[in-house]
Design a protein around this ligand. Structure first.
Ligand code: G3P
Ligand code: MG
Length: 256
């Protein structure tokens, strides 16, 4: 993945999640149909160690199940309705495995795999990082994938594996012990920063731009804010409304 190849990457946050149940196949298909550059998805592990695409640690809000994702096997998770919470017409939507989404995305769309801290354990052997990297290898998608996490052990393990995949650090001040993004970028030798829009201060933008560290900003659904973030030099924006962002990008780059 070459982050300098475009002026701005339109990234569908959990798919086109303003219009479809987040992190489901239909949300990703809709994003691809809208012609986004990248989809973003969240990864947790099932009880039997299958990487699944789901954001919340608990099943309660976004399925008809309850309790922790990691307490259920993949065949149990597959029985759940992952769409009705959004709208009854999506009642047949199922929790997707990472394999299913990657197979669908291959040679079609870039994928930001966000590994959730809840999936990371102290045990590196056969842990989530290894499982995800093995899948990326098997499907030969090294050039199509960007791995990110709030849990910096993920970044350390990807580096240690010497895998060629690109890495982004998810940054929120409270999780970073007050360390500035530029310092962390150097310490972890990452390829990009994924920053919360609330943390985008003028000072940090300047530091990142001065050092030519690509930064991607989440999650932005407001048109005016999209415009100002693009003008700040961001390399990408995560949005639940990719159609809105595509409209903004077309307008802005037509003018310039
Ligand atoms: O990867 C960007 C964004 O998805 C991080 O926050 O909670 O939406 O996964 P969250
Ligand atoms: Mg995410």
């Amino acid at each position: 993945m070459n982050l300098s190849q475009k002026k701005l990457f339109v990234i569908a946050h959990r798919g086109a999640s303003a219009y479809f149940p987040e992190n489901t196949m239909s949300a990703f298909k809709a994003a691809v149909d809208m012609k986004v550059d990248m989809i973003e998805l969240d990864v947790l592990l099932s009880k039997d160690n299958i990487p699944v695409v789901f954001h919340d640690e608990k099943l309660d809000y976004k399925t008809n199940g309850s309790g922790l994702v990691l307490d259920y096997t993949i065949s149990e998770l597959k029985k759940l309705d992952a769409g009705s919470w959004f709208h009854p017409k999506f009642k047949n939507e199922r929790i997707a495995t990472l394999r299913e989404i990657l197979e669908y995305s291959k040679a079609k769309i870039l994928v930001n795999i966000e590994i959730k801290p809840e999936a990371v354990t102290d045990n590196e052997e056969s842990g989530v990082v290894e499982l995800v990297l093995n899948l990326v290898n098997e499907l030969e998608m090294e050039d199509q994938v960007l791995i990110s996490s709030f849990d910096y052990r993920v970044l350390e393990r990807v580096k240690k594996s010497r895998h060629p995949v690109k890495m982004a650090m998810l940054y929120e001040q409270k999780q970073s012990n007050g360390r500035a993004p530029v310092k962390l970028a150097k310490d972890y030798n990452i390829d990009a920063f994924n920053l919360n829009k609330k943390e985008l201060t003028e000072n940090w933008v300047k530091q990142l731009n001065d050092r030519k560290i690509p930064f991607l900003v989440y999650t932005v659904n407001d048109k005016k804010l999209m415009e100002s973030i693009i003008e700040s030099g961001a390399k990408g924006i995560f949005t639940d409304k990719p159609d809105v962002l595509i409209g903004v990008v077309e307008e802005l780059f037509k003018k310039n």
